[in-house]
Design a protein around this ligand. Structure first.
Ligand code: SF4
Length: 118
């Protein structure tokens, strides 16, 4: 099956070449992996939105509960970035290419296989 196009093909091509890219090279069945966003690191820059071939991400204003859970310095950082952060509304479509993980400039994303405890 042909992989759908990323919004930023050049950035996706660079990410795909990274030897430290985790995951299953987009061969995993959808819904078998989760991407965890570390909101203390995420600055909402949107590289994940640009490279993900499956439209997993959106960048939007941080939810009040997520903002409240940030530490003091992370709240300051969040405000400095317009309280923008990444969410994964289409996480069930992830096929574990790992490009978002290596494309994120803040190293805010972790890709993990779904386990019974996840
Ligand atoms: S690992 Fe999943 S969420 Fe990340 S870019 Fe690939 S398909 Fe999208």
């Amino acid at each position: 099956m042909t992989r759908p196009a990323s919004l930023n093909t050049e950035k996706a091509r660079r990410a795909a070449k990274r030897s430290d890219r985790p995951g299953a090279d987009c061969r995993a069945a959808p819904g078998r992996h989760v991407v965890i966003v570390d909101r203390n690191k995420c600055e909402g820059k949107g590289d994940c939105v640009e490279v993900c071939p499956y439209g997993v991400f959106e960048v939007r204003r941080i939810a009040d509960a997520d903002y409240a859970a940030l530490g003091f310095l992370s709240k300051l950082k969040s405000r400095a970035h317009g309280r923008q952060t990444a969410y994964t509304p289409m996480l069930d479509a992830c096929q574990a290419c790992g490009m978002c993980v290596v494309a994120c400039p803040e190293h805010a994303l972790t890709l993990r296989p779904v386990t019974s405890g996840t």
